[in-house]
Design a protein around this ligand. Structure first.
Ligand SMILES: NC(=O)C1=CN([C@@H]2O[C@H](COP(=O)(O)OP(=O)(O)OC[C@H]3O[C@@H](n4cnc5c(N)ncnc54)[C@H](O)[C@@H]3O)[C@@H](O)[C@H]2O)C=CC1
Ligand SMILES: O=C([O-])CC(=O)C(=O)O
Length: 352
């Protein structure tokens, strides 16, 4: 007969096999990475996602884990990081995944990163504007960017947290204060506006969205989102009704999702897809690929989403808007006015 303690020991041994310690949570006592032969270190880039357990963060973590350019993926959140890390780490793709939970692990999450994507923060509910999120998200972005300034000041930062028109200026001021500001490295993620514009234009034209490229400039809220329908590729023309319909749908795409979700948040899946595209473009730029061109909210001009060329040092070239028609020029004036207020609001949050 086995004694009770022998049985317990056998159960412990068996369960150690059933639950091998592969969840690489920072500071976890059950970890024994040292006992594994894999040491990481494969060629590739190191990417951190801050807010990885959220609606965007989870899908984005999965998509970034699938990117062959990524060798190390750090998943940070203030809740549920262990679960998401365990889950994503079982995918048989190259990137080594490590999880980080809570503020005391932020610095370890950020150290050595090449690219930091930030979808941390609260999303909208029906009836809210993106600006209504400022109160909560401004402080979250400030804290996370202070971490970036301290631990990976040379990383490219892709800011998703809303209101982007104000959170990017907040990040810029945090980096300026820390003496680490590099305008090439700070980008607001507006890719979802381009993704939506491509989809809606393709629908109107009856063509494949993968063949369409719509530049969307300005900012990321309402009238500040300015699709340049006169510069669509492949070249095409629209009726005035089509232009009104498309401009309105692209500018209000976020609200369309918020209302359809009826209180359960805002766009997460299409946003994760867009952010994964954005991250891939940044990494191709860092690798030195030629001709990586994306629309993104940059801090020069100052603060404006426009076409940029991504390279080894970030947004290396900012393209002019190109010829605008009268409709677009009027839209630009409206966008500039609202943008100026949002930028000012973000900057003065830091320089109060
Ligand atoms: N730029 C864009 O095009 C888009 C931006 N967004 C914005 O992205 C943000 C996130 O949206 P969802 O993922 O749907 O929200 P969510 O609520 O599902 O997830 C947010 C995550 O952030 C985490 N978080 C909160 N405070 C944090 C902190 N101090 N440090 C680290 N993580 C923290 C939460 O624990 C949560 O897991 C929102 O502000 C939303 O408005 C959403 C869609 C598109
Ligand atoms: O609309 C929102 O609140 C989320 C967002 O930025 C978008 O979907 O474009």
């Amino acid at each position: 007969m086995n004694s009770g303690s022998e049985v317990n020991q056998r159960i412990a041994r068996i369960s150690a096999h059933l639950h091998p310690p592969t969840i690489q949570m920072e500071g976890s006592s059950v970890l024994s990475r040292a006992s594994c032969r894999a040491k990481g270190g494969a060629p590739g880039f190191k990417v951190a996602i801050l807010g990885a357990a959220g609606g965007i963060g989870q899908s984005l973590s999965m998509l970034v884990k699938m990117n062959p350019l990524v060798s190390v993926l750090h998943l940070y959140d203030v809740v549920n990081a262990p679960g998401v890390t365990a889950d994503v780490s079982h995918m048989d793709t190259g990137a080594v995944v490590r999880g980080f939970l809570g503020q005391q692990q932020l610095e370890n999450a950020l150290t050595g990163m090449d690219l930091v994507i930030i979808p941390a923060g609260v999303p909208r509910k029906p009836g809210m504007t993106r600006d209504d999120l400022f109160k909560i998200n401004a402080g979250i972005v400030k804290t996370l960017c202070e971490g970036v300034a301290k631990c990976c000041p040379r990383a490219i930062v892709g800011l998703i947290s809303n209101p982007v028109n104000s959170t990017v200026p907040i990040a810029a001021e945090v980096f300026k204060k820390a003496g680490t500001f590099d305008p090439k490295k700070l980008l607001g993620v507006t890719t979802l506006d381009v993704v939506r514009a491509n989809t809606f234009v393709a629908e109107v034209l009856g063509i494949d969205p993968r063949e369409v490229n719509v530049p969307v400039v300005g900012g990321h809220a309402g009238v500040t989102i300015l699709p340049l329908l006169s510069q669509v590729k492949p070249p095409c023309s629209f009726t005035p009704e089509e232009i009104n319909y498309l401009t309105d749908r692209i500018q209000n795409g976020g609200t369309e999702v918020v209302e359809a979700k009826a209180g359960a948040g805002s766009a997460t899946l299409s946003m994760a897809y867009a952010a994964a595209k954005f991250a891939d473009a940044c990494l191709r730029g860092l690798r030195g690929d030629a001709g990586v061109i994306e629309c993104s909210f940059v801090t020069e001009l100052p603060f404006f989403a426009t076409k940029v060329r991504l390279g080894r040092t970030g947004a290396e070239e900012i393209f002019p808007l190109g010829p605008l028609n009268e409709y677009e020029r009027a839209g630009l004036e409206k966008a500039k006015k609202e943008l100026a207020e949002s930028i000012q609001k973000g900057a003065s949050f830091i320089n109060k």
